[in-house]
Design a binder for this molecule. Structure first.
Ligand code: TZP
Ligand code: MG
Length: 209
């Protein structure tokens, strides 16, 4: 599965039925990859929600990654995990998940971290935030040129942070293989239409590299 297109990340949602109802139509709308992220759930709710989302993703042929919790990803047989600098080390995550899992690494605005992540077995490198993020307001900021520079690692580049269909174009042109989004889809008046709008940004863009 090529890592290209829209990478949807779930919002903090405590109601599991509502989480599934909000996510299901988006998986048929053209999402390439789903990440389960819930910063407010306890371990039991995370397990419940991740397991339910995995079944939904399997129905729709969309891979599911688990944010932060590599052990949970391994336990439920998810397609992979996404880790940041506060999480388990990438080499350990790769050991836990096995050689075929998708292992994502948050690299923020840091090309040195990206180099280490690539050497440790990351499947893709995530950079951001490219714009102020309503979901994660106090996070580091990245410039689109960073995506161009990160081409040297030879891994798919993911861009995150405040990305909307209106500002995604230059980020795709700068080299993003995937756009990772929470609020731009889940808070949109019509989330399915928002997915289509993001996909159009890929269709219309000519990349620098
Ligand atoms: N890392 C950097 S910004 C961000 C994360 C997890 C949140 C992205 O959410 P949104 O709503 O698409 O800005
Ligand atoms: Mg994390």
């Amino acid at each position: 599965m090529p890592l290209r297109g829209l990478y949807l990340i779930t919002p903090d949602e405590t109601d599991t039925r509502r989480l599934l109802a909000r996510t299901a139509p988006l998986l048929t709308a053209g999402v390439a990859l789903l990440q389960y992220r819930n910063k407010t759930a306890d371990a039991a709710l995370r397990q419940t929600q991740a397991t339910a989302l995995l079944a939904l993703c399997r129905q729709h042929g969309v891979p599911l990654l688990i944010n932060d919790d590599v052990a949970l990803a391994a336990a439920i047989g998810a397609d992979g995990a996404h880790v940041g600098e506060q999480d388990v080390a990438l080499t350990r995550a790769r050991q836990l998940l096995g050689p075929h899992a998708i292992l994502g690494a948050s690299c923020y605005d840091d090309l040195d971290r990206a180099a280490r992540a690539a050497a440790a077995g990351a499947s893709y490198l995530a950079f951001g935030a490219f714009h102020p993020s309503p979901t994660k307001p106090n996070t580091r900021r990245a410039r689109p040129a960073l995506l161009h520079e990160a081409a040297r690692f030879g891994l798919p580049r993911v861009a995150i942070g405040g990305i909307t269909p209106d500002n995604a174009g230059p980020i795709v042109v700068a080299g993003a293989d995937m756009i990772a989004v929470i609020s731009g889809v889940f808070d949109a008046p019509d989330p399915v239409a928002a997915v289509h709008d993001y996909l159009a940004c890929f269709a219309g863009a000519t990349r620098d590299k």
